[in-house]
Design a protein around this ligand. Structure first.
Ligand code: GLC
Length: 526
């Protein structure tokens, strides 16, 4: 799966903002990379307080991205290339300008009043201590009807009341609208937030000194992960299954800093809720073999045999993995790519990750993200991970002939698709080769995984499916490392080879392999 942040991918009409036609023009490239599906961050009509995560009409395309006709064309062109389109569905909240909320706030007895979470407050104060993820309290006082409404994000994103059955019906209708059109599934935004404690109890506090958001000083036991969510997801799964070959993936964030995958896994139910759910432990990881071993083992353990794992290193909300984990070192990013693409399950690649795009440098005056506006300079926002895709060396990296909505990274002259397509040693070629190998070897996507003891700084694991047997060795250190593989094998790929397919080692005879600094290899055991 390949995540596109549409604003930043490819602009076809020179307004400085990416659009659907731009994505259509890029499909040949994506097919060449080898992807099976695209997850599009939201493209519905939106006033863009949170760049599309504040939806004002779930059955529309925002004019900045194009029209329904463009979207249908995208579906058709993607299908021709065997690429599925997955939409991003925001069920937790709408825009404050959505007609539902406009009606709901108009009077206490409006039929849509109960579609959102309203409360008169307690002793002249907010109903509880919940904080909004993007700053301030999660409750805003609305003078017109003299009640508070709940918003776990910005005040322009009021939370829906999923205890009201009409809300569920309206949202399921929206899902049907896109499924009928040929969409193959959804990424569900903050799905573990959609139902809140029925008594709206205050969250307990915990001690954390590392982060300025008061939101992160709470343990989110009452505003997230309520048991009622599971029944909704079961119905949702039935709806998706009734359309045949579809998929769903949930964004399931833990408390800030926690590496506890059981919560994420629980949203797959007994293979009767979401098909996939994200474990974000990797977001809080360091570049360290033992740490990744632990994270991966915990994730597989949490998923068990009935679920299906998925893996992600970057997305539109986080610093890019190459910057966060790898100090912008391409050798390390290549290792991370091999690790991602040799895991069991479904890997997610964030646009630009395949060419080693790094976090952008965003000046205060250039900030677009509401999170960055609120928390500068402690949190500079998420814009750094949303800079325009770097296609070539022409002005604005070939993203747009207009002024891009966010600045293009200055390294585009050396880091871009065109230049990397011509260079067999590029990270782009590594991604392509690794995906191609993954397609050829079911052991890589479906096989069992077994971690093998290895020297410090080396992560070594076996992938086995029927009589196919592969080994992956990843050297997380800058020193050369000798690894005992103990078997004869053929090296299918090395991240340090001249061309990744024609690696520096082509075969292993003595059962020992010397790995270069940050080298990653895939070995087919003979
Ligand atoms: C999710 C999205 C993020 C958005 C938030 C509110 O975390 O990934 O981009 O701001 O939800 O919808």
């Amino acid at each position: 799966m390949y995540q596109i942040y549409p604003r930043s991918f490819k602009d076809s009409n020179d307004d400085g903002i990416g659009d659907l036609e731009g994505i259509i023009q890029s499909l040949d490239y994506l097919q060449d990379v080898g992807i099976d599906g695209i997850w599009l961050s939201p493209i519905y009509c939106s006033p863009m307080y949170d760049f599309g995560y504040d939806v004002s009409d779930y059955c529309s395309i925002d004019p900045v991205y194009g029209t329904i006709a463009n979207f249908k064309k995208l579906l058709k062109e993607a299908e021709k290339r065997n690429i599925a389109i997955i939409m991003d569905m925001v069920l937790n909240h709408t825009s404050h300008l959505h007609p539902w909320f406009v009606e709901s706030r108009s009077s206490v007895d409006n039929p849509k009043r109960d579609w959102y979470i309203w409360h008169p407050g307690k002793n002249g104060k907010a109903p509880n201590n919940w904080m909004a993820a993007f700053g301030g309290r999660a409750w805003t006082w609305d003078e017109l009807t003299r009640h508070y409404y709940l918003h776990l994000f910005t005040e322009q994103q009021p939370d829906l009341n999923w205890r009201n059955h009409e809300v569920k019906k309206a949202m399921f209708d929206a899902l049907r609208y896109w499924l009928d059109m040929g969409v193959k599934g959804f990424r569900f935004d903050v799905i573990n937030y959609i139902v809140k404690d029925i008594n709206l109890r205050s969250n307990p506090y915990r001690l954390r000194l590392t982060y300025p958001r008061r939101h992160d000083l709470q343990v989110h036991i009452y505003d997230r992960n309520q048991p009622e969510i599971h029944d909704i997801l079961k119905e949702l799964r039935q709806l998706l299954d009734s359309y045949g070959d579809t998929m769903s993936v949930g964004e399931t964030y833990p408390n800030e800093g926690e590496k506890e995958p059981a919560m994420a896994a629980s949203y797959q139910g007994n293979n009767d809720e979401l098909h996939l759910s994200f474990d974000f432990s990797t977001i809080y990881a360091r570049f360290n073999a033992r740490e990744f071993e632990c994270i991966l083992k915990n994730w597989y353990h949490a998923i068990g045999d009935s679920g299906w794992p998925c893996h992600v290193l970057s997305n539109h909300d986080q610093s890019r993995a190459i910057t966060r984990l790898a100090n912008n070192d391409v050798r390390k990013a290549k290792l991370l790519a091999v690790m991602l693409l040799t895991q069991k399950g479904t890997p997610f690649i964030y646009y630009g990750e395949e060419i080693g795009m790094v976090d952008g440098k965003i000046k205060r005056s250039q900030i677009q993200d509401p999170l960055g506006k609120k928390y500068w300079p402690f949190h500079k926002g998420r814009d750094k991970a949303r800079t325009p895709m770097q296609w070539d060396v022409t002005p604005n990296a070939g993203f747009s002939n207009g002024k891009p909505w966010l600045p293009v990274n200055s390294d585009y002259v050396t880091t871009n698709v065109l230049q990397q397509q011509r260079n067999k040693q590029s990270i782009l070629h590594l991604y392509k080769d690794c995906i191609a190998i993954r397609r050829l070897h079911p052991a890589l996507y479906a096989g069992d995984i077994e971690f093998v003891s290895a020297p410090d700084d080396v992560l070594l694991y076996k992938r086995v499916f029927k009589n196919e047997h592969l080994m992956i060795a990843l050297n997380f250190s800058k020193a050369k490392k000798d690894v005992t593989i103990g078997v004869k094998g053929e090296v299918l790929l090395s991240s340090c080879g001249n061309s990744s397919m024609h690696s520096s080692h082509s075969s292993i005879h003595g059962g020992t392999l010397t790995l270069d600094a940050y080298e990653a290899v895939i070995i087919k055991v003979q």
